[in-house]
Design a protein around this ligand. Structure first.
Ligand code: ADP
Ligand code: MG
Ligand code: MG
Length: 880
């Protein structure tokens, strides 16, 4: 078996397509070398070695050692140096690299191959003693902490002491002799902490580092991360061994990290940070302040790379262009400059905010780098949510407490909680919460998820809080260092203000500002890039997208977000207003026809007004109105006072009402007297609703000059006979209205398919229906026999144990519920080819479910107004 693939020197054995075998880093190093970029030569030990290692009780395959020796010899030849040589030693880095980038894996070890002999060789071959000893101390520190497990604080503390003793501030100010002393002390630390001397033999060092990478694949941190992100342990990690290039050899050297475009806005400008005379992690470690790449980005006192290292910078600009053209995506690049010569050490597709994803996709399509269709696929639908976030009302008054880093965009306002647990408790009670921490760790992730926003006092743009919050679309302000957090006292203090847990706080993740109290927010702008992408998506999607809405406000939002009608108006939501609920109660509690008729008559104008408003807002777009669905007890008078009010209005005695109230309560209301069963027992309720719909449709058709075509939807139908009965009474009400008004009206009468029996007998039901709308919430409950309101206590365990692939109320259960939907579609269309088919459950806004609905050929999905853009994009992606 071939266990090792070499790269560099203009040709590689691997390429970018071999990510599974070589890991992301290895595959892209090979690819960059193949396209002629300056990549220091090296090789990748494949992920298959990792798998074999664990399958065989942590033993390497037999041929690995000889292949490793050959691969090292090849690097030695290219570099003209020898590993462990006393005169001109080859040094290497050892780098982990899984298929997907994974925090929790082993950190990189640089300068491997140095010992007391080779360091002298490096002094002579480089002619720079400071550089050689600086490299040696870096190596001992990295190898000591990463491979040998010595706490890095031990090394850092010692370095701090040394710098203080010689009164120097920057690492770069220390002399060769001073580094020599540090090396000596570092070795003593290693010996004291591990009980053995620092390994001097380069070959042992190399195997030690390789072993540490493979070992780290199964460490607890990596295991947790894999579990959270559904990464199988069987993927394994690769190990990259690469000859060193040095950014710490003087002022014509540097190291840096850059993005081909701005990863927070997506703007097409070169973005990144670099440090002169530095190595590896110095840029992100915050030892010195990194400087900007481009001169136009340099503030006062900063020195851009464009100015300081113009030759290497121009090279890098060419690389930027080449890599974007080659990968056809925004890249995140790691580089080092040694003596004015540029080397590439990594490239990958750059992580970006939703706004940046949108802008990059659109710009690249306009630049001709990708097609419009590719641009559509480049934006994850769920991420659009971030763009729909509100922003702070610019006119609102505010008290600025401080500023941190703008780590994840959007505005969030909520009450303060200092622990993930407190966030969850408060969120469960319906509060908006801001999590405030000194810094966050993986244990806080569940709290970050439940929070509106996250504020930390420590850490940068790439800190845990920032990365995780961006990924989840939570607002985040990071590293607001002037805030003092006291977990014990549950307070935060800043600028003379002390805020307690439960106090209001507002974050602006776009600017990094932290405000006291509750600052009002306004809806986001939906023009520009957003509108462009939505337009492209609309051009290719086949599925229609409607919204679930009953209030004028939701209907307006839905239209702004591009809904093509209302797919579900739940009329029961219109019954709870304070001006109506009294009549509703009288309607239910009345013990005689006359009293009931009076209550229903009182409700008619309210309903007519509601529907008129919806028809007006939707201006000729289809509006599907579902007749009353929930069990009656939901509207019953609760306390004694309410009961008395109803008794008075009806002229009945309280005792008989009390008796009726308990008679109406059900053991299992979800499967009880609800849906069309109500309409069958109390036809006058549905008759009133249908009359209101017909009258409103005629009124708005006349006043707007555009025909309104209402769609009346009958819920919870299980048999054709039920639908026939209800349909007939609806039709006679409409006929009555039309003859009173001497008018005509086109309308549709259809049904929800939300019981298994309805799906199974869809061919019969279709004969009496103009349309079907799959009510996948109820269909999921009734198919799985799983109550949505009770499943919360055990469903998470089901998902965790793999008994269900995901929460079936979030993403449709394709094999079970999905099969019934498919059956309903096929049988329904077979009986009536022009039957209109939609879906109006929560699944209508879930991208995974939407691709299923595309597959089975529904006509439209309907979802909550804020999910409409998500659904439009997901529908487009599933059509491509
Ligand atoms: P990570 O996956 O954490 O980014 P890397 O393996 O990319 O870790 O290494 C981190 C940094 O170490 C690189 O960005 C680069 O600056 C430095 N580095 C790695 N290998 C070499 C090398 N062969 N020569 C010089 N610097 C290197
Ligand atoms: Mg890297
Ligand atoms: Mg239902």
């Amino acid at each position: 078996t071939k266990w090792i693939y070499s790269f560099g020197a203009g040709q590689s054995e691997g390429n970018a397509g071999m990510r599974n075998l070589l890991g992301g880093k290895g595959a892209n190093l090979a690819e960059m070398a193949n396209i002629g970029l300056p990549v220091p030569p090296g090789f990748t030990i494949t992920t298959e070695v990792c798998t074999a290692f664990y399958d065989n009780g942590r033993k390497y395959p037999a041929e690995l050692e000889s292949q490793l020796e050959a691969a090292m010899a090849q690097i030695e030849n290219v570099m003209g140096l020898r590993f462990g040589d006393a005169e001109a030693p080859l040094l290497v880095s050892v780098r982990s690299g899984a298929r997907v980038s994974m925090p929790g894996m082993m950190d990189t070890v640089l300068n491997l191959g140095l010992n007391d002999t080779t360091v002298e060789g490096l002094v002579r071959s480089s002619g720079d003693a400071r550089f050689a000893w600086d490299s040696y101390r870096r190596f001992i520190q990295m190898y000591g902490s990463v491979v040998l497990g010595v706490s890095h604080h031990r090394f850092e503390d010692l370095l701090e002491q040394t710098k203080r003793a010689v009164s120097k501030e920057d690492d770069t100010d220390l002399t060769a002799d001073e580094w020599k002393e540090v090396v000596k002390a570092y070795k003593q630390i290693v010996e004291k902490e591990t009980g053995s001397a620092f390994p001097e033999t380069p070959k042992d060092q190399l195997w030690g580092a390789i072993g540490a990478v493979f070992g780290s694949w199964m460490n607890p941190r990596a295991n947790t991360y894999r579990k959270l992100h559904d990464i199988p342990a069987s993927w394994g990690t690769a190990v990259n061994v690469q000859s060193m290039v040095f950014g710490n050899m003087g002022n014509d050297c540097a190291t840096g990290v850059c993005f081909t475009r701005d990863p927070s806005t997506g703007e097409n400008i070169f973005y990144g940070e670099y440090l002169i005379n530095a190595q590896g992690e110095d840029v992100v470690a915050g030892i010195r302040t990194p400087q900007p790449m481009a001169e136009c980005r340099a503030a006062e006192g900063q020195i851009s790379m464009e100015k300081a290292l113009p030759g290497a910078y121009q090279e890098l600009l060419k690389v930027r262009d080449l890599l974007e053209r080659h990968y056809r995506d925004m890249q995140d690049i790691e580089f080092t400059v040694q003596a004015n010569t540029l080397y590439l050490l990594q490239t990958r597709s750059g992580k970006r905010t939703a706004a940046a994803a949108l802008r990059v996709a659109i710009d690249m399509a306009k630049e001709g780098l990708i097609t419009q269709e590719e641009a559509i696929t480049r934006v994850p639908p769920a991420s659009l949510d971030q763009l729909l976030h509100p922003v702070l009302d610019p006119k609102a008054e505010r008290v600025l407490l401080t500023r941190g880093l703008p780590a994840s965009p959007g505005a969030a306002t909520g009450v303060i909680a200092f622990s993930a647990e407190d966030v969850e408790d408060r969120a469960a009670k319906g509060e908006d919460v801001i999590l405030v921490r000194i810094e966050t760790s993986p244990e806080d992730v569940h709290g970050m998820h439940a929070a509106r926003g996250v504020l930390t006092t420590r850490g940068g743009m790439t800190s845990h809080a920032a990365v995780v919050a961006r990924g989840m679309g939570r607002v985040c302000v990071a590293g607001a260092g002037s805030i003092a957090v006291n977990y014990q006292a549950q307070t935060m203090t800043v600028d003379g203000h002390t805020l307690k847990a439960g106090d209001w706080l507002t974050l602006d993740g776009g600017s990094g500002a932290v405000y006291k109290g509750r600052v009002p927010t306004i809806p986001p702008t939906l023009s520009g890039d957003f509108a462009t992408l939505m337009g492209w998506a609309d051009d290719v999607r086949r599925l229609g997208v409607r919204a679930n809405a009953e209030t004028p406000e939701d209907a307006e939002t839905a239209r702004r977000f591009g809904a093509e009608g209302i797919g579900l108006c739940r009329t029961e939501h219109m019954f709870f207003g304070p001006d109506r609920i009294g009549h509703v109660r009288q309607m239910i509690m009345a013990d005689n026809e006359a009293a009931r008729a009076k209550a229903i008559d009182a409700l008619l104008p309210f309903q007519r007004g509601d529907f008129s408003e919806l028809f007006r807002i939707m201006a000729g777009l289809p509006v599907t109105i579902r007749l009353l669905d929930p069990p009656l007890h939901e509207f019953l008078p609760h306390g004694e006072a309410e009961l008395q009010d109803v008794a008075k209005a009806l002229g009945q005695d309280v005792e008989s009402l009390r008796a009726r109230r308990s008679a109406l309560s059900e053991a299992n209301p979800m499967l009880g007297h609800r849906g069309c069963r109500l309409g069958i027992s109390y036809p006058e309720i549905y008759a009133m609703q249908v009359r209101a719909i017909a009258e409103a449709a005629l009124d708005i058709s006349a006043s707007a000059g555009k025909a309104v075509i209402p769609e009346i939807m009958i819920p919870l139908v299980g048999t054709k006979a039920e639908l026939d009965l209800v349909r007939k009474s609806c039709e006679s009400v409409i006929a009555a209205v039309l003859s009173e008004r001497k008018a005509t009206l086109s309308y549709k009468i259809g049904t929800m398919i939300e019981l298994p029996r309805a799906a199974i007998t869809a061919d019969q039901i279709a004969q009496s229906a103009d349309f079907f709308s799959f009510g996948t919430n109820d269909l999921t409950q009734t198919t799985l026999g799983l109550s949505r309101d009770d499943a919360g206590s055990f469903l998470p365990e089901y998902v965790e144990k793999g008994l269900l692939p995901q929460d079936p109320f979030i993403s449709i259960d394709r094999e079970g519920v999905g099969a019934l939907v498919r059956m309903g579609v096929e049988k329904g269309r077979a009986a009536k080819p022009d039957l209109k088919l939609g879906i109006c459950g929560e699944h209508g806004g879930d991208p995974l479910s939407i691709s299923f609905f595309e597959e089975v050929g529904l006509d439209y999905v309907s979802c909550s107004p804020f999910r409409v853009p998500v659904a439009r994009l997901a529908a487009a992606q599933s059509a491509l």
